[in-house]
Write a protein that binds this ligand. Structure first.
Ligand SMILES: C=CC1=C(C)c2cc3[nH]c(cc4nc(cc5[nH]c(cc1n2)c(C)c5CCC(=O)O)C(CCC(=O)O)=C4C)c(C)c3C=C
Ligand code: FE2
Ligand code: FE2
Length: 332
């Protein structure tokens, strides 16, 4: 086995296409994960197959069509993750550290990426789940998938799984820079910067998922980096799925109530997403904007995710370089 160290970036996942079959197969893999939907399988399986997977692929497919990267004929999440890996690879080339990337659900799979790194002589793999705030529904399941791949190997590479990085200074600076850049292009200035994160069922948090604490730590650090008072950067949760109680407050409830309180100009940032995807481009950039304007809002801007911006790549580089020095400190 080679003695190089390689980096494995693990993003959430995305469908191969916008057609019913592609979206169904992605949603089926994703929503069958017991880390994501914790209902007992004999209850959830019939509901998933008999209800969710009949209708949702059409609805989600239509939304994916709106955001699809027509130039690359691919999903934005995959296009951006690929570019992040390429840019990070360039920065680490002089250290002889190759970079591979994978999707937890869909392709390229974690198995393919591990195979590629091992073939390049990597006997050590630094695994980086691309989720700045830890949740069992994202970070843990990405690591599960990696370990499942290793279960099949007679000769396993050594693996270091990286912790989340909610207050990493490079990450916070990159987020603040993204906000400042975005506001600098406007003829108006927002009265409020809403920080919207993907939500979670409340019961997962009650059972010990630290996710909301890490979201709060990110928002506090971001407000400080911007020099904004914390009450001007409210934390909200988006993308509720299913009927159970989710983390509060909900992004759409908060945002549509703002015009009634005289807040008619807002910016929305989505720090939990390292790459723009359906949840940022469509749910925030289109749907939430429409709802805000319909509720009497006047100006709305969605701050782009870090993507392959210099700050975004600097964030990944910082996280990986710390790991190359040994086990990183836990944050916050
Ligand atoms: C029980 C359902 C879900 C949980 C829990 C959940 C947690 C969670 N998700 C992300 C990040 C992303 N989710 C994305 C899409 C997406 N998420 C769910 C459901 C849950 N997510 C669904 C059904 C979908 C598919 C789209 C849809 O039909 O609405 C994506 C975007 C993928 C893309 O292709 O663009 C991301 C990214 C986090 C960070 C998180 C918990 C912290
Ligand atoms: Fe999600
Ligand atoms: Fe969602």
């Amino acid at each position: 086995m080679g003695d190089r160290t390689g980096v494995l970036l693990m993003a959430l996942g995305t469908p191969e296409g916008t057609d019913y079959r592609s979206v169904r197969s992605f949603l089926s893999e994703f929503l069958s994960d017991q880390r994501v939907v914790e209902l007992t399988p004999w209850l959830w399986k019939p509901l998933l197959e008999g209800v969710v997977l009949l209708s949702r692929p059409f609805r989600s497919g239509a939304l994916y069509k709106r955001i699809w990267d027509e130039g690359e004929n691919d999903s934005p999440l995959r296009v951006i993750t690929r570019r992040q890996a390429a840019a990070l690879g360039k920065r680490l080339a002089r250290d002889d550290v190759p970079v591979a990337w994978a999707m937890r659900y869909g392709r390229p799979s974690i198995a393919e990426a591990v195979e590629r790194l091992v073939a390049q002589g990597c006997g050590r793999i630094i695994a980086l789940p691309l989720f700045p705030q830890y949740s069992a529904t994202t970070n843990a399941t990405a690591n599960d998938a990696l370990f499942r791949v290793l279960m099949k190997e007679r000769r396993q590479p050594a693996v270091m799984t990286l912790p989340s990085f909610p207050t990493n200074p490079a990450y916070i600076q990159a987020l603040a820079g993204r906000v400042r850049e975005s506001l600098a292009t406007l003829a108006w200035q927002p009265q409020l910067l809403v920080a919207s994160f993907h939500g979670l069922p409340l019961s997962y948090v009650e059972k010990g998922d630290p996710y909301p604490l890490e979201c709060a730590a990110t928002v506090k650090a971001l407000a400080a980096a911007l020099g904004w008072p914390e009450n001007k950067v409210p934390l909200t949760y988006q993308s509720r799925f299913g009927f159970n109680a989710w983390l509060q407050p909900s992004t759409v409830d908060v945002v549509t109530a703002l015009p009634g309180r005289g807040i008619k100009r807002i910016a929305v940032t989505t720090p939990g997403f390292m790459a723009d995807c359906i949840e940022t481009l469509d749910e925030i950039g289109r749907d939430l904007k429409q709802r805000f304007l319909a509720a009497g809002g006047e100006d709305f801007v969605a701050v782009p995710c870090l993507n392959e911006s210099p700050g975004g790549i600097a964030t990944l580089e910082s996280v990986v370089r710390q790991a190359l020095q040994g086990y990183p400190a836990l944050q916050p």
